[in-house]
Design a protein around this ligand. Sequence first.
Ligand code: NI
Length: 426
Amino acid sequence: MGILIKNTLAILPAEDGHAVGHHDLYVEGADIVGIDEAPWGFVATETIDGTRRLTIPGLINAHTHTYMSMMRNVADDLSFPDWLFGTIEPIEDRLEPEDAYWASLLSQMEMIRTGTTCFNDQQMHIHQTTRAVRESGMRAVICRGLVGGEYDLTERRILEALEERDAFADCDRLTFRLGPHAPYSCGPDYLRGVAEVAKREGMGIHIHIAESQNESDNMWEQHHCTPVEYVRDAGIFEMPTIAAHCIRVNESDRQILAENGVSVVTNPASNMKLGNGFAPVPELVAAGINVCLGTDGAASNNAQNMFREMSLLALIHKGTHDTPQCISADEVLDMATRNGAAALELPTGSIEVGKKADLVLLDLDAPSLTPLNNAVAALSYSANSSEVDTVIIDGKVVMRGRELLTIDEERVRHEIARICERLGLA
Ligand code: NI
């Protein structure tokens, strides 16, 4: 099974940024096997006309909670505690496992349609999400959400995470991490226990850190340290860690994150919408930290559209640093693609021979991309995701000409309406 994308404008990695040019891309199995030169014995079973298309590496949503999409627009303009403890958690308590399956499929519909091919998910209903991922064809890192005070090795949630990982050991598109929720929801002994399991099992970590001023103030009152120090002292950073938010991080925190090779996921829309501010991205980059980009869940964003996130990321820092040079369109594209792949330790995120064929083709006839002039700038400043035409993940076409091939969208809409009605959200 080979796919040839013929004569497409493509964004390839270059030493200092990206190189834009016309290429033929050869895909075989799950991989990119040739650029401009067909590998020996290559047979195209499908040829995609790349004329008037811009092919980019699939976007990587490095932090989300896909089960939350039925909670879109149900808790807005509230303080962070009122949002989380007053509204979202009571709804979560009433969810049935099957709800998470449909909500995850809805999130994946939205992500594929907006050019995302891979996501990093933290939640409790991991079996429902792996089911949904198996059907959608997306690439995903599934992280079992964990909260607690004392640690017990026989804890159901940990065992569930390990069982799910073992059940999908042969699936290339799925990897698993442990997801201790946050410093404020995990006691020190509990975090230490999770770190031990991660080390024993060779698993990475996905955690929220320093999301609000309130979190930092409480941490200081209770433990006389910053959230970053608290997580480091529990041994979490001894395993590959991806940390969401990192809004309240001082210079010493940034040094700790850099020294420990922790990747930071910034989530501009969610952070601003909850009135939490946003991560000091230029300063994190200056400290040598790998920064990537995420949407967070639909209950706080309220979209899972990485193009909108790229635009916000580029603009907010220019606006607050009083200089347009503190972050570039090239850096933003990296944060939405190869930096996410590096953080998640996945062989994707760039158009190179040997990388996974996770590719998004944009329609160059879209008014928002006309005239194109600078393709990299267009992705951060002009595109809105309506230009996404065709999506290939792991070498398989999952959307062709805006038609989603793997998900029954009408059925998902029907099931979500039913769930919202039952939960009293509609
Ligand atoms: Ni989150």
